[in-house]
Design a protein around this ligand. Structure first.
Ligand code: SF4
Ligand code: MSK
Length: 665
C-alpha cells in the first residue's frame, strides 16, 4: 500500500472528537486516508471544477477559457458543455437511486411469490395504501397476491415507454400541471436516464435550456419514481419507521452514533453502502443464538452490527442499530483495529478501504456483482436464501476475531432518535385518533414554526467534516425552523447530539421548542437514507393537501408557495445533484455548499439560480458558510410567509369538533 506523510492537521478535517482521535491513530501508524489523498490531488483542475471540461468525444478533451478558447473543437460553447456535464451528473445519481429501487422491487416480487425465505410483507397497512394508489383490488385477497400485483406495477415504472411514472400523481395538482406545461413530466426511469445520456453525447442537444429540461425529467423520475419506489416497498417489506414493532406501540427509534459504537469485546461487523436488503438479514443473523455462541467460543462477548453511510440510516430507523459514522468515517472505523468485517453493498464505498486494510485485520466483503473490489472477498448474496447467506457472512466475520492486533477503541458516541417517516410524523402531529399534518400547518400559520427546512446530503473532504451541517442546523432551529434530515447530514446531527427532544429546550427558538415539547419530538427529525428524501416530498405534498382540505390551514397551493427551503451543505456525490434538481423543480429553493458544477457558464448558472424562479417557482443557490446558508434559507422562508400574509404569525387556529370531523386520515 501507499504510505503517506504524517497528517497532523486533525482539527482542520473534522469537528467531532471521535474522528480526531481516530485520525491521530492513523497518523501515528502512518496510514494514508482520504484527507492525505485529497491534499495530493490539490490544486484541483479549474476546468473540471467549473464544468468546463468536455471529454465526451475523442477530439477532446476540450476546455473553455473565456476570451481565449471559447469553443470546443466541435464548436460546443461553455453553456452546452456545462449543461451536458450537469445533466450527466443527474443521470448518474438518478441511475444509482433507481437501480437500488429496482433491486428492491425484485426482492419484493420474490417475497410475494414465496421465492425467498427471510423477507416478509411486514407493513400490511402500507401495502394496502400503495395498492389503493395503484387502484389494485384488495377486497378479499391474500396479502401476497396483492403484493405481487403491487410489485409488478412498480416494476413497470422502470421500462415504461408510454405514459408517465405512476407516483407523480402524489405531487400537488398545480405542480403536475406545471410539469406538463414545461414538458418535463417523467416517463419510465430507464428511458429518462438513457435519453439524458443520448442527448448529452457529442453532436446531439446543443441548447442548454433543452439539455437541462431533459435533466429535469431524469431527476423527477428519480425523486417521484425510482427513489420513491425504493422507500415505499422497503417500508412494506422491512417495516415503516416509527410504526409498531415488537413493542406494539408507534415510537421513534433510539440509537447511538459515532465511532464509539465499535466495541472492544465484540465481533464488530460494519454494514456500509445503501441497500438494506443484505444488512436487514445480517441484523437478524447477528441475533442467532448459535452464532453468538460461536462468537463466544472465539473469545468475544457477542456480535455487534453497526452501520456506515445510508445502509446505517436504513437499519437504525427500523431497528435502532448503531451508526459508526458517515461517508468520511469509513476508513476511520477500520483504523480502530476492532472491525472484523466491512460488509459493503453499493454506493459511497471508497476503493481505498483496500489500502487501509493492509495495516489492519479487517476483512472487506463485497456482496453484489454490481460492486466488486479487486482486493475484497466476494460473497455473492443469494437473494433466494438471504438469511442463509447472512449467517455465512456473520460466521466469516466471527472467524476473523482471533486475528485482531492492537485496537484503538474510541469512547465517544451520542444518543439520538430516528424513524421520522412521513407516516410517523403525521401520527406524532395528529395523534392516534386522526393522524394529520394539520397541526404543522396551523403552527406555521401562527408563527410558532417559522417554516420547514430539509438539510441533507454528504460529507466532503474539501471542508472539515460536519463543519457546515451542524452550525446550519443549529441556526435554523434557533430561528424556529423545523429541520428534517436524511443521509450523512442526519448522521452529523446525531453525532452532535442534536437528534434528541432535549435539543428543543437547549437550542430551538421558543416557538419551535414549545411545539416540540407539546408533541414530543426533537426539532431536528431524522427521516432516513438518501432514497428517503422522498419522505420529504410526501410531507411537502401533504402540507399542500391540508390547506386544500381546509382553507383556514392553507399555506400554499403548490410546493413553491410553502415556507420551506432545502440544503446539501457538504455535498459530494452526483446523487446529491439529482436530489437537488428534483427538489428545485418540485418547487423547493435549495442551497448547496462548496463549489457548484455550473459556475463555468454564467448563462447556465443564471438560468438555474435566477430564471428557474419563473419556470419552477424555485431556484438553486450556493453559499460558502453555514451562517450565509441559514440566512438565505430563512430569507426565503420569510418571503414565502409574507406572500401568504402570515409574516407576523396569525392567530392560532383552534380545532373545533366540526374541523376534527373534516380531518382525513
Ligand atoms: Fe471537444 Fe466537442 Fe468532443 Fe466535447 S464533444 S470533446 S467539446 S470536440
Ligand atoms: S451516503 S450519497 S455520502 S449522503 Fe447516502 Fe452519505 Fe452522500 Fe453517500
Amino acid at each position: 500500500m501507499s504510505k503517506k506523510k504524517k497528517n497532523d492537521k486533525t482539527n482542520e478535517v473534522a469537528v467531532d472528537k471521535a474522528s480526531c482521535q481516530a485520525l491521530d491513530c492513523a497518523s501515528s501508524a502512518n496510514v494514508q486516508l482520504v484527507w492525505d489523498r485529497y491534499e495530493q490531488q490539490s490544486p484541483h483542475c479549474k476546468f473540471g471544477t467549473e464544468g468546463l471540461c468536455c471529454r465526451i468525444c475523442n477530439m477532446g478533451p476540450c476546455r473553455i477559457i473565456e476570451g481565449r478558447q471559447e469553443l470546443g473543437a466541435c464548436g460546443a460553447d461553455a453553456a452546452t458543455i456545462v449543461a451536458r456535464n450537469f445533466v450527466r451528473l443527474i443521470a448518474g445519481g438518478s441511475s444509482a437511486h433507481s437501480d437500488h429501487g429496482r433491486g428492491v422491487v425484485k426482492a419484493f416480487l420474490e417475497t410475494a411469490r414465496g421465492e425467498n425465505e427471510g423477507y416478509q410483507i411486514k407493513d400490511v397497512d402500507k401495502l394496502m395504501e400503495v395498492a389503493r394508489f395503484f387502484e389494485i383490488e384488495t377486497e378479499g385477497r391474500d396479502k401476497y397476491e396483492i403484493a405481487e400485483e403491487v410489485g409488478e406495477r412498480a416494476l413497470a415504472n422502470f421500462g415504461r415507454q408510454e405514459g408517465y411514472s405512476d407516483f407523480i400523481k402524489k405531487a400537488p395538482q398545480k405542480r403536475q400541471e406545471l410539469w406538463e406545461r414545461e414538458g418535463v413530466t417523467p416517463r419510465g426511469i430507464d428511458r429518462e436516464v438513457v435519453e439524458t445520456m443520448h442527448r448529452s453525447t457529442m453532436g446531439v442537444d446543443q441548447d442548454y435550456k433543452n439539455i437541462l429540461r431533459q435533466g429535469t425529467r431524469a431527476a423527477l423520475a428519480d425523486g417521484w419514481s425510482g427513489s420513491m419506489i425504493a422507500t415505499e416497498l422497503q417500508d412494506i417489506m422491512f417495516g415503516t419507521p416509527g410504526e409498531p414493532g415488537e413493542t406494539g406501540r408507534k415510537s421513534a427509534m433510539k440509537f447511538e452514533a459515532n465511532l464509539g459504537v465499535i466495541k472492544e469485546d465484540k465481533v464488530n461487523i460494519m454494514v456500509h453502502g445503501h441497500e438494506p436488503l443484505i444488512s436487514e438479514m445480517i441484523a437478524i443473523a447477528a441475533q442467532d443464538d448459535q452464532l453468538i455462541e460461536y462468537a463466544k467460543e472465539k473469545g468475544a462477548s457477542g456480535i455487534n452490527v453497526a452501520g456506515i453511510c445510508c445502509t446505517a440510516n436504513e437499519l437504525l430507523q427500523r431497528h435502532g442499530i448503531p451508526v459508526a459514522g458517515s461517508f468520511l468515517q469509513q476508513e476511520l472505523a477500520v483504523v480502530t483495529g476492532a472491525v472484523e468485517m466491512m460488509l459493503v453493498d453499493v454506493q459511497c464505498v471508497m476503493q481505498s478501504l483496500g489500502d487501509v486494510l493492509d495495516d489492519y485485520h479487517t476483512r472487506v466483503v463485497t456482496t453484489t456483482d454490481k460492486a466488486r473490489m479487486e482486493m475484497a472477498e466476494h460473497i455473492e448474496f443469494d437473494e433466494s436464501k438471504p438469511l442463509e447467506s447472512a449467517r455465512k457472512i456473520v460466521r466469516n466475520a466471527i472467524d476473523n476475531f482471533v486475528n485482531r492486533g492492537e485496537v484503538n477503541i474510541i469512547e465517544d458516541s451520542k444518543e439520538a432518535l430516528a424513524g421520522f417517516s412521513f407516516e410517523y410524523i403525521k401520527y406524532m402531529l395528529g395523534g392516534s385518533f386522526r393522524s394529520s399534518f394539520w397541526p404543522l400547518n396551523s403552527n406555521i400559520i401562527d408563527g410558532r414554526i417559522r417554516g420547514v427546512a430539509g438539510v441533507v446530503g454528504c460529507n466532503n473532504v474539501a471542508m472539515p467534516m460536519d463543519s457546515l451541517h451542524i452550525p446550519l442546523v443549529e441556526e435554523l432551529i434557533a430561528n424556529d425552523v423545523l429541520v428534517v434530515q436524511t443521509g450523512c447530514s442526519a448522521i452529523a446531527s446525531a453525532k452532535a447530539g442534536l437528534l434528541t427532544p432535549e435539543t428543543a429546550v437547549e437550542k430551538a427558538g421558543s416557538g419551535l421548542a414549545e411545539v416540540c415539547e407539546a408533541v414530543g419530538i426533537p426539532p431536528v427529525l431524522h427521516a432516513g437514507s438518501c432514497v428517503d428524501n422522498t419522505r420529504i416530498l410526501h410531507a411537502l405534498a401533504e402540507m399542500v393537501n391540508v390547506g386544500q382540505q381546509n382553507q383556514r390551514l392553507n399555506i400554499g397551493d403548490d410546493v413553491s408557495e410553502l415556507p420551506v427551503a432545502g440544503a446539501a451543505p457538504e455535498w459530494m456525490s452526483e446523487k446529491a445533484i439529482a436530489i437537488g434538481q428534483y427538489f428545485v423543480t418540485s418547487g423547493v429553493y435549495t442551497v448547496f455548499g462548496g463549489t457548484f458544477p455550473t459556475i463555468g457558464s454564467q448563462k447556465v448558472t443564471d438560468y438555474l439560480f435566477k430564471e428557474y424562479e419563473k419556470v419552477y417557482g424555485a431556484t438553486w443557490d450556493n453559499a460558502q458558510d453555514a451562517h450565509e446558508m441559514a440566512g438565505k434559507m430563512i430569507d426565503r422562508i420569510d418571503a414565502k410567509r409574507e406572500a401568504l400574509g402570515i409574516e407576523k404569525g396569525a392567530e392560532r387556529v383552534l380545532f373545533d369538533m366540526e374541523m376534527r370531523r373534516e380531518m382525513v386520515d
